[in-house]
Design a protein around this ligand. Structure first.
Ligand SMILES: Nc1ncnc2c1ncn2[C@@H]1O[C@H](COP(=O)(O)OP(=O)(O)OP(=O)(O)O)[C@@H](O)[C@H]1O
Ligand SMILES: [Mg+2]
Length: 316
């Protein structure tokens, strides 16, 4: 299949390990971005990869269908694949928003991506739609932390953001530790966002990652911490295990994706009694969960989805 006229941009902030031959200005990429890039090329698409810092927007009363990339004026791409996830700050959001307004096809809307960056915002949306979440309080340094003790109890989980890959989260066992941690966080950064959350002990060190694309569950797996820690993030050394996904987990993951307005999502579920609680939803999920399912390729599925969205006939 050949799409000579299509131009697709992958937007990423992640500096990682995999090199792509022949690309001198972009040596370090995540494996996911590399897979998307090479799959796009193999489909005959002109693929490019940018960080938000390389792009300057033009905002005007006319619809300017151009922007600057590395100081060079460029036509808009046909589609973008945002991979900035929880690194999506206000500037990146405005960039996604503008491209959307100008008619560029994107995987996940600006609104849905931003809703996942703000840890409170996405819990609010999920709770509003009746989806199960751990009880959570949004606290400020001045708050009376007695309220936290009354509402949540110990042990509890403290999360801050922006923060990523399991770095902005801590398990706290008692009031003194909580006072000390919150005092220290506020002291270090007055602007920090802090949430305090019910600890789901049953799910200690494990959770389920469900990879959703469109209105379908594409893949899933159980993530297990290997070091006894309560965090199961794969980036912290957690290992993925094959499991069966019951209907309830599928229903929750699909509904969470839908109410947040996402098209591609990694929904993380904590085990809780006969059901689950949503830990968080990610807008740029890694592909490892998909890779463990034989015969499914994440990048290929994403392009297939985008072609459908752009009404381009395809047979992948
Ligand atoms: N309330 C909780 N109870 C039990 N375990 C939890 C709870 N919240 C988080 N965890 C564990 O900690 C891990 C990391 O938490 P979380 O996903 O909220 O942060 P993060 O991955 O650092 O966030 P981000 O995706 O923004 O980088 C989860 O995958 C889960 O294993
Ligand atoms: Mg997470």
């Amino acid at each position: 299949m050949d799409n000579p006229k299509l131009n697709g941009w992958i937007i990423t902030t992640i500096r990682q390990k995999y090199a792509i031959e022949g690309m001198d200005n972009f040596i370090y990429l995540s494996n996911n971005v590399k897979q998307l890039y090479t799959k796009g090329l193999s489909l005959g698409i002109k693929m490019e990869i940018f960080t938000p810092n390389e792009i300057d927007l033009i905002i005007s009363n006319e619809d300017v269908l151009k922007l600057y990339v590395n100081n060079e004026i460029r036509d808009l791409p046909d589609f973008i694949i945002p991979r900035t996830g929880s690194d999506t700050d206000n500037k990146v959001s405005r960039f996604y928003e503008q491209l959307e307004r100008l008619g560029v096809t994107t995987l996940n809307s600006e609104r849905s991506i931003y809703a996942c960056v703000d840890k409170i915002c996405h819990l609010q949306v999920l709770a509003h739609h009746g989806l199960p979440i751990p009880k959570t309080m949004y606290v400020s340094g001045d708050n009376n932390l007695d309220a936290v003790k009354k509402e949540i109890g110990f042990p509890l989980v403290v999360k801050i953001w922006p923060g990523s890959f399991g770095n902005g989260i801590s398990l706290v066992n008692n009031q003194h530790a909580l006072d000390d941690l919150i005092g220290m966080l506020v002291q270090a950064n007055n602007e920090v966002n802090i949430l305090v959350q019910e600890y789901i002990a049953e799910s200690h060190g494990k959770d389920i990652r469900v990879f959703v694309l469109g209105d379908k569950v594409l893949a899933y797996g159980e993530r297990n911490a290997q070091d006894g820690n309560f965090k199961s993030n794969l980036d912290r050394g957690g290992k993925l295990r094959k499991i069966d996904l019951d209907e309830e987990a599928q229903r929750i993951a699909l509904k969470a994706t839908k109410v947040l307005g996402l098209e591609c999502a990694g929904v993380d579920l904590l085990y809780s009694g006969n059901s689950y609680k949503i830990c968080e939803v990610n807008s740029a999920p890694g592909f490892i969960t998909v890779d463990q399912h034989e015969g499914i390729n994440a990048a290929e599925s994403i392009f297939s989805y985008l072609f459908q969205k752009m009404n381009i006939p395809h047979s992948l």
